[in-house]
Design a protein around this ligand. Structure first.
Ligand SMILES: [Zn+2]
Length: 135
């Protein structure tokens, strides 16, 4: 796999290929699931992509009624809300993504500590990350 820039675009290209990739600092080892051009811990640019397991735990969530453009295009909105969660990945870093396989109109059915697994949602040529509760 060719080394790509450490950007959101590259992150989404990896997703479209079926990989959840994080960024690791070769200097201090800090791992981030949100790509940044610099290591957030030691500020160096010596980074590499690493594949993440996609397993994690919900640390917080909210129900979104006014979605950003890609989710509005997918049919979400005031009458069709979706859940968005902050997920702490098994490898340590956190990431925010849509939570699927839950009922956003019954937020009491979603809880902090819920074990989830990453899933890629393909929308045209784009791909976005989601998490689904593990059975
Ligand atoms: Zn570092």
């Amino acid at each position: 796999m060719a080394e790509r820039d450490f950007t959101r675009t590259s992150f989404e290209e990896h997703l479209a290929e079926g990989y959840l990739m994080g960024v690791r600092c070769r200097s201090c080892g800090a791992l981030s699931a949100v790509p940044r051009p610099l290591c957030p811990a030691c500020r160096v640019e010596d980074l590499e992509w690493v594949e993440l397991s996609g397993r994690g735990v919900v640390e917080g969530f909210t129900v979104i009624h006014v979605p950003p453009t890609p989710l509005a295009a997918a049919g979400f909105g005031r009458d069709n809300p979706y859940a968005s969660a902050v997920v702490r990945l098994a490898e340590g870093p956190w990431i925010t993504a849509q939570l699927v396989g839950v009922d956003p109109k019954r937020p009491e059915s979603i809880r902090v500590g819920l074990k989830v697994r990453a899933e890629v949602i393909h929308q045209g040529e784009a791909a976005r990350l989601a998490f689904r509760p593990e059975d």
